[in-house]
Design a protein around this ligand. Structure first.
Ligand SMILES: O=C(O)Cc1cc(O)ccc1O
Ligand SMILES: [Fe+2]
Length: 504
């Protein structure tokens, strides 16, 4: 897991980025990676020689405190054309829909234990030009010291403009909690770079492939894949995919805590299975040496701040380290399941976990997948059972149909079943599954549903439950009028156990 990997494609001093294979990645979750776009750009010894090769500047980006134990310590050394610090002062930019205060008394927040389900959130089409579509607007200034300005024109939106917070808990300032956002953009980020000081971002594209430029190189992330961009890493989405008239939509899980995603322990499953190390892909170094006006937007303590700089921030010629953005194809997940009886807990489908080290076994967040799989369990109600989970469950349908819902949970849509909120199969799915012929059957073919599961209670935003207009008002009616079959057995209206005769 902690081996050093060198980019094997280095045959000459410099590689032409236009000829770069878009499928060239380093592989292996948690690896220390060495990558050079110019041979010899990495120091032969140490991290910060008196003079770096090619006159590059050495810069360390840490992802954990310097003192974190070796197994969890993350940092990367960047060798770049200019140091990142060469930028102007930050000015405050208001963003109307990015929320980071989830206390129940906050006016932007709407708290309810009721089951919630959303139709797909809107994505502006390539020609939409309404004011309302713009997520960012001028602020009144910030403490008088920094001026304020808008970062976007009204109308079409880029990735940053389009961010809308749906739900969350905790606060970035104290590095506790998480937020769930949705994006829907139709405009490239032109000479605009973004980094998040509030936490790691797990991006789940649902519509439209993302071409993500990062300081470490490029990641192409299609629906069916996820990517993780760590706290402090700069990135841009500078182009729209071919045929992107419908725009790009996806969900983001932002984790505020100081830790990072880990592969779950496998326990008795053994050394292999679920998400395998080698299927995690890291970008290869790639740089632009350009003196041009760039805007760097930083999300910091829940707010957006913007600074200008006169050079392209993607000027990293070489890097080595283990604090890196990465992508993962959900199609490479190797599921395990019940081959006897009973429907197992969905923790068997955990792709990545964000551990809460204060409460072992109870994750701040788990990223869970419902992959295509065979169901063979005998004498079993095979879909998810009725349950009241102590963890909160935010689900997204990326594609196809989810087996516990007979409709309504549509691709691009989402649902939230909060801490202790009862849910499970709807009436139609219950009747169908409890009378089904239990032949081996494949579920989930061509479909993809995921869950952000959290030990925290999740507050929803006013935008998500009201302004967006996407909440399905009648959702909870799918669980009404279950037949009380018990009554067909002619038993008395009340009863009581007589003693310990049933104890095991
Ligand atoms: O509620 C859901 O659909 C998610 C889920 C799936 C499952 O198989 C078991 C429990 C669970 O919460
Ligand atoms: Fe559930």
């Amino acid at each position: 897991m902690y081996s050093i990997i060198h980019c094997s494609q280095l045959k000459m001093v410099w590689r032409d980025p236009s000829k770069q294979d878009p499928n060239l990645y380093h592989e292996g979750f948690g690896n220390h990676v060495c990558s050079e776009a110019v041979a010899g750009a990495l120091p032969q010894l140490g991290n910060n020689p008196q003079k770096c090769a090619y006159g590059l500047y050495a810069e360390q980006l840490s992802g954990t405190a310097f003192t974190v134990d070796r197994a969890h310590n993350q940092r990367t050394w960047l060798y770049r054309i200019r140091p990142s610090v060469e930028h102007d002062r930050f000015t405050r930019v208001n963003h109307a829909y990015l929320i980071s205060d989830f206390s129940p008394s906050c006016p932007d927040v709407h708290v309810t234990p009721t089951q919630l389900r959303w139709d797909p959130f809107d994505v502006p089409s390539s020609h939409s030009v309404t004011d309302a579509a713009s997520g960012t607007k001028n602020s009144d200034g910030n403490n008088g010291a920094d001026g304020a300005h808008a970062v976007t024109d009204a109308g079409s939106q880029d990735f940053v403009d389009s961010l809308r917070t749906v739900a969350g808990s905790g606060a970035p300032q104290t590095k506790t909690g998480l937020a769930i956002h949705v994006y829907g953009f139709n405009k490239p980020m032109t000479r605009k770079s973004f980094y998040n000081s509030d936490g790691d971002l797990l991006l789940l594209p649902q519509q439209g492939r993302l071409s993500i430029t990062t300081e470490f190189g490029t990641l192409l992330v299609s629906p069916g894949e996820i990517c993780v961009i760590g706290r402090g890493m700069k990135f841009s989405i500078p182009e729209l995919p071919d045929g992107a008239e419908k725009g790009c939509r996806g969900y983001i899980l932002e984790t505020f805590c100081a830790g990072h995603w880990e592969l779950p322990d496998l326990g008795p499953i053994g050394a292999n299975g679920l998400a395998n190390h080698r299927d995690f892909k890291y970008p290869v170094a790639r740089y632009e040496d350009a003196d041009e006006e760039w805007e760097v937007v930083n999300k910091f303590m829940g707010g957006l701040f913007s600074a200008r700089q006169g050079h392209c921030p993607y000027d990293v010629v070489a890097y080595h380290g283990n604090y890196l953005p990465y992508k993962y194809s959900l199609h490479t997940f190797s599921p395990v399941g019940s081959i006897g009886f009973d429907h197992p807990d969905p923790s068997i489908f955990t792709v990545l976990t964000m551990k809460n080290h204060a409460t072992p076994g109870t994750a701040l967040a788990d990223f869970v997948l419902f992959p295509p799989r065979w169901l063979v369990a005998e004498n079993t109600f095979r879909p998810p059972w009725f349950h009241r989970n102590v963890m909160s469950e935010f689900m997204v349908n990326v594609a196809g149909e989810y087996d516990a819902k007979a409709g309504g949970f549509v691709p691009g849509g989402a649902s939230l079943h909060n801490c202790n909120t009862a849910h499970g199969p709807d009436k139609e799915s219950f009747e169908k599954a409890s009378n089904a012929d239990l032949k081996p059957m494949k579920v989930g073919e061509g479909s993809l549903a995921i869950m952000f599961e959290s030990s925290l209670q999740l507050a929803t935003t006013g935008w998500a439950v009201k302004e967006s207009g996407k909440v399905q008002e009648g959702y909870n009616s799918v669980w009404q009028d279950f037949v009380p079959y018990f009554r067909k057995h002619g038993l008395p209206k009340s009863g009581v156990a007589t003693g310990g005769e049933g104890a095991s």
